[in-house]
Design a protein around this ligand. Structure first.
Ligand SMILES: Nc1ncnc2c1ncn2[C@@H]1O[C@H](COP(=O)(O)OP(=O)(O)O)[C@@H](O)[C@H]1O
Ligand SMILES: [Mg+2]
Length: 286
């Protein structure tokens, strides 16, 4: 399929849209973030979008494991001038790229001003080379998770029908809203039985937020049912949408990706969405 990377201009000649920067996050671990991130990246790639997945589950990063890859460098090697950006971007055979994470946001924050500038300059080139920049974060409300979510343009929270997933999602939304003024969240209900089960789960989270967190808006982006083929593909180290194109989980994820495509209509930051993301991360708390 052909996809034209269309930049439309606003009155002051700024591009209206640019790369979409989305975190994929959760309150609780093991809810399917990495599986969904990899497969969303795969489906976007199949549609012709230039897609980059940042593996930001620091410590537990396992995008590479899921795909049977062994990346040698991460973005910190850029700073030691050992390698160029193109050497740390890992091109998968599925038409999307992976950027291995730094070892921790704290390391980014402690860079010297000169190093931060150098880092941002290196990232500058990504702006024109990426349509979707997905960030697979860790779980919970630790600083790393919060920072990546604060820096992202959109936040997608993955939850499951389990009560613990619901309470942990609520806790994450609460911190991001009350402490960091983030009001809008997209929700994917994973590992559910069916659409009704997903809608009920979403409704429980929605009611809690509506009652206790005024001003928070939740949008159900879609759901993915529990599907044994997802597990099989993990063992086979291939994206489930590639290996099982007709399985239920693939069909559901395709409609989520159709919804995600509408994110392209959002306005771009002055100096680019990806640069904005890294700038926010690098200068948090200053
Ligand atoms: N829709 C699904 N159906 C069946 N198993 C799933 C589904 N989504 C995730 N899983 C399984 O759940 C486990 C955790 O998934 P993972 O993506 O590693 O979670 P996270 O990144 O949130 O920790 C994996 O073993 C994966 O195969
Ligand atoms: Mg993960």
């Amino acid at each position: 399929m052909n996809y034209q990377y269309a930049y439309s201009s606003s009155e002051n000649n700024l591009p209206l849209n640019g790369p979409v920067v989305c975190s994929i996050t959760s309150g609780k671990g093991g809810v399917g973030k990495t599986n969904l991130s990899v497969n969303i990246a795969y489906l976007l790639g199949q549609k012709g979008y230039k897609t980059m997945l940042l593996d930001a589950d620091l410590g537990l990063g396992n995008v590479d494991v899921l795909l049977g890859l062994n990346p040698r460098f991460n973005i910190f090697h850029l700073l030691s001038n050992e390698v160029k950006l193109k050497n740390i971007i890992y091109k998968t055979k599925y038409n999307f790229n992976i950027l291995p994470a730094p070892s921790g946001v704290c390391d980014l924050l402690s860079l010297s001003p000169g190093q931060k500038l150098e880092f941002l300059e290196a990232m500058d080139s990504l702006e024109d080379e990426v349509d979707f920049f997905l960030v697979d974060t860790g779980a919970g409300i630790n600083d790393n998770v919060l920072y990546f979510n604060m820096a992202a343009q959109h936040r997608i929270i993955v939850l499951t029908p389990e009560p613990t997933s619901l309470t942990d999602s609520y806790a994450l939304i609460k911190v991001l809203h009350l402490d960091h003024k983030i009001n809008k969240f997209y929700i994917i209900v994973n590992l559910c039985r069916d659409y009704k089960n997903a809608k009920d789960t979403f409704k429980r989270l929605y009611l809690a937020c509506d009652h206790f967190l005024k001003g928070v808006s939740l949008n159900l982006l879609g759901y993915v049912p529990r599907d044994m083929n997802v597990r099989h593909s993990v063992t086979e180290q291939v994206p489930f949408c590639y290996r099982y194109p007709d399985t239920l989980a693939t069909k559901s994820l395709k409609s989520i990706v159709t919804n995600l495509e509408t994110f392209k209509n959002y306005k771009m930051e002055l100096d680019g969405n990806i640069k904005f993301f890294w700038k926010k991360l690098l200068f948090l708390g200053q």
